[in-house]
Every structure is written in C-alpha cells, then in structure tokens.
Design a binder for this molecule. Structure first.
Ligand SMILES: [Zn+2]
Length: 275
C-alpha cells in the first residue's frame, strides 16, 4: 500500500513530467473510483484546465488545477497514476479507471486493478477542510519533538496504532511504522503514554530518517506500487523488519517476532532491541 514516500515519489514524478500541461479531454471508464463528484461533473470541471501544481498530503497525490479545484488521488492497494505517450486507450483489459489527455498528446492514466483507490475532485475550500481533518506531516519542520511527544503520550493505545492513525499523524502505514519503531528501539505494542519524551524524540528522528531514505530510493515496491513511469521503488532492499518475521535482527541477531494482534496488520519487531 503506498504510504508517504510512495505518494511523494508519484507527486514529484508528475510535477517534473506534466506540470503546466493543459487537459484537453477526459475519459471516465470506471466512475466508481470518483469521490465528491459524478462522472459528468468530473469531465466538465477538469476538461480545459491546466495542471498547475502537484503535491502530496498524507498518502494522497494532490493536483491543483488552474480552476482552483484539487484532484486528490488515494491509490490504496492497486492504484497507479501513469504518464504515457500515445493516444488514449478505451479497452478495460488494463484496468484503466480515468484518463486525462494533455495538449501535447500524452496522457495521465489512473489505473486500479481492484478499484479500492479513489479520485476525488474538491473545490479549494473543500480541500482545506479535508486536509484540516488529517494530522501533521511527519517531515514538516513545524512538528517539533515536543509536539510529537505530546501527540504520542496523549494516548494509551499501542504506539504503532497511534503512528498509523491519520487523524494524529499523516502518511504513515504499516511498513514505515514497523521500520521506525525498530530503529528507535520501541516495542510496537507499548502504550503511547509509556513512551518517554526522549524516546519520542528518537522515534521522530527514526521516522524522518526512514521516510527520507525511502523517498530517495523512490519508495518500497511491495506488490502493486508503481511510480508515474511504471517503475518500482528500491527501498524494499532496506527493510529491516517488515516482511522479515523469523529472520535474525540485523542489530543483535535475535529472531524477529511477527504477529497480527494490532488491527490485524503484520507487526514485526525484535524482542531484544525493542523493549
Ligand atoms: Zn535486535
């Protein structure tokens, strides 16, 4: 599932490739991925606009249109935003949900095999309202160690669950929560209220380091994630705990433990390094 580094990679790819391009035609093949508007409305509001800017909020790619509207794409499990040459295809075989044809003949295609991802069209004010309901961005300098510590320690829920709660903190999913907790030496099930302020500061540093390293390597390709050119990310080689239950901890050699007790998601940790 694309998390912050993967969404950031896609947004940067799109910024470099198609920022400033005009959308001359829009095809909606699968209207069920649309949110906050219907297909007719979507075509009418997007056709003729310019793609002014691309950014990211949490795990979503955000395109700002010259009309002031925002396109908010949440890839979830199998969604991909691809920049392609050539004409728009109309067959269903490649799981195309939406296509934007650009003035220079290229297309931006949203493909989604399972169609659990979404494409929302929001007005400027609606976007701000949506964004305000999501927690702070972990890479934002405004999130100080003090603020992060307060956020973590305010809850008795498991620290890993807190990290993945989008209302408290943006963009972190199962992969980076597991990795950051291993780096910081904190057991994923420990209640947030029992994480010391010094440990919280260490955790924020670990989280930022793991996110920055993954962005540098264009994300983690597990299963279906692809960047805007169909390529895979390289961070999968750097994973220390995620997907490695039963293997030795690279720091101390103890066998890593895995369970599904937190929200049914795979939690992997070192019983020795992470008290
Ligand atoms: Zn260890």
């Amino acid at each position: 599932v694309p998390e912050l580094p993967e969404a950031e990679t896609i947004a940067r790819d799109l910024r470099g490739a198609v920022r400033g391009a005009t959308v001359v035609a829009v095809l909606v093949h699968r209207a069920d991925v649309l949110r906050e508007c219907d297909a007719t409305n979507f075509v009418a509001r997007v056709t003729g606009t310019r793609l002014e800017e691309f950014g990211r909020r949490a795990k979503c790619i955000v395109a700002t249109l010259s009309s002031g509207d925002r396109l908010v794409v949440t890839p979830r499990f199998t969604g991909a935003l691809l920049v392609e040459g050539g004409s728009m295809r109309v067959d269903d075989a490649d799981y195309t949900a939406i296509q934007l044809r650009l003035g220079d003949g290229r297309t931006v295609r949203y493909r989604d095999v399972r169609r659990l991802g979404t494409v929302a069209l929001m007005s400027g004010p609606r976007f701000l309202e949506w964004s305000a309901a999501i927690g702070p961005e972990p890479l934002d300098r405004g999130l100080t160690a003090g603020r992060f510590s307060a956020l973590v320690r305010a809850s008795k829920r498991a620290i890993k669950t807190i990290l993945m709660d989008q209302r408290r903190l943006a963009g972190i999913g199962n992969i980076y929560a597991n990795e950051a907790l291993w780096r910081a030496g904190i057991r994923p099930t420990r209640p947030g209220s029992r994480v010391k302020p010094t440990e919280a500061a260490q955790l924020l540093d670990s989280l930022r380091a793991v996110l920055r390293e993954s962005i540098e390597l264009r994300g983690t390709s597990f299963r279906d994630y692809r960047d805007a050119f169909g390529g895979r990310g390289g961070f999968v080689e750097r994973l220390e705990v995620y997907g490695r239950g039963g293997e030795p901890c690279s720091r101390c050699g103890t066998m890593l433990k895995a369970h599904h007790k937190l929200d049914g998601r795979a939690t992997v940790y070192c019983p020795r390094c992470q008290p």
